[in-house]
Design a protein around this ligand. Sequence first.
Ligand SMILES: [Zn+2]
Length: 217
Amino acid sequence: MAPECPTDSTRLLIRLIIRMKIGDHRKMFEDNKIFQRQFIDLMSHFNDLQIHDICYDEDEITRCAKNCLELPSTDTLLEIYGKLLTNSFAITDDYLSNVGVGIYLSTSILNHSCAPNAVVGFNGTDQTVYALLDIPEVRVDKICISYIDVALPSWMRRELLWDRFFFYCHCHWCDDYARYIDHLTAFLEQFGAKPENTVKLPRVPHGCYMLHIFGDF
Ligand SMILES: [Zn+2]
């Protein structure tokens, strides 16, 4: 019987535990003067993980560590997992298929926008940031990438960002969509439509609003 292969996240979590044990978490892994930082600088969202009842796969971690790795305390493990969850990148091949997961300290500092001005790409495990627009000033607060698929509808993007990254997106794509729904609701209310009906209007089976606007769907 073939041995069970742990998920990419579990393998990365095990590698991070080992690197923390040997003190690598205090080293600068990235030799990039613009984005330089350490693993310990990453946010873990520890409280958010507990509030949302999100945890690593305890059975799989225990199975992987069996007899060869002493695991840290549950809280420390959750801290590391939180850093992994909110800062890791899916590594893709030339056909944009996911081939792994990794933490890139320098680029994990970049903020999210559903209308990003940059995108990350991979050559093997080497990561490069490509500008989609002219970015006159190369500063971390001037560069935005998308953490999720921007082709998803606004409500789904907000939901995913909230569930995975614990923030409510206020990029102009999301806010414009919300404003549009408000205007539509107010408009329909003039004709006697009830708000609860207008908000539920018109949905397709998988829950996506069928109101095409802003190229957002
Ligand atoms: Zn957004």
